[in-house]
Ligand binder design. Sequence first.
Ligand code: ATP
Ligand code: MG
Length: 259
Amino acid sequence: VKRHHHKHNLKHRYEFLESLGKGTYGKVKKAKERSGRLVAVKSIRKEKIKDEQDLVHIRREIEIMSSLCHPHIITIYEFENKDKIVIVMEYASQGDLYDYICDKKNLSEYEARHFFRQIVSAVHYCHQNGIVHRDLKLENILLDGNGNFQIADFGLSNLYHSDEYLQTFCGSPLYASPEIVNGRPYRGPVDTWSLGVLLYTLVHGTMPFDGLNHKILVQQISTGNYRKPSKPSACGLIRWMLMVNPERRATIEEVAGHW
Ligand code: ATP
Ligand code: MG
């Protein structure tokens, strides 16, 4: 992990610009390096960290993101752990996939496939390295200045082994698999369910599961009863990714290899 070794604090080496967003633990700001390079800087005030679990998440976010190197994953350049925890990362200038879809309403199949391929290649790379993201959703996929999507926010990610089960319930319920919403132990590559939800929203412009309350939502997810799409686009692959039985669900290799 690249903890920086400069004499000066990060705040003296960057010119801080506008705010980009607010997360659970801290603020994210745009900043400019002396070289002119734009970066995104996440600052976490230590008093915001309430328990050991929060610290585990922040530590994992830094360790896992800085160990990954992929064109569709936000890179961490450096971090500082002094009075604040400060993370300097690659800047994605064009907002997130949620806003992109809201603006565009309907993506063409061609465009949806293009973006989905980028996201799948990044998740495939994570799974090959034994890393599960666990919080894949439109808001955590950012658009960079070159029009490419990048996965961000590894705060809920973890390492896994193929023969082990994970226990922690996490992520947004809208994207959570049947195992997760029912509090059952689950296998590492659970991300493919969330990717199924994501593909559905890319292609059809709505959420597949949108129960009015949590109980209805859990029922819909547990039975795989998603809203019937208005057109047949990608329906075979979506059905395969939204298989209730994880043994029958498409693996990331199968998704990546799908026509
Ligand atoms: P949450 O738990 O709400 O998802 P978080 O604490 O995990 O928040 P992030 O999702 O990492 O925080 O960041 C919060 C917001 O800041 C994002 O939704 C996004 O709008 C913005 N942001 C984060 N990283 C970047 C980046 N590299 N480039 C541009 N904007 C970013
Ligand atoms: Mg986030």
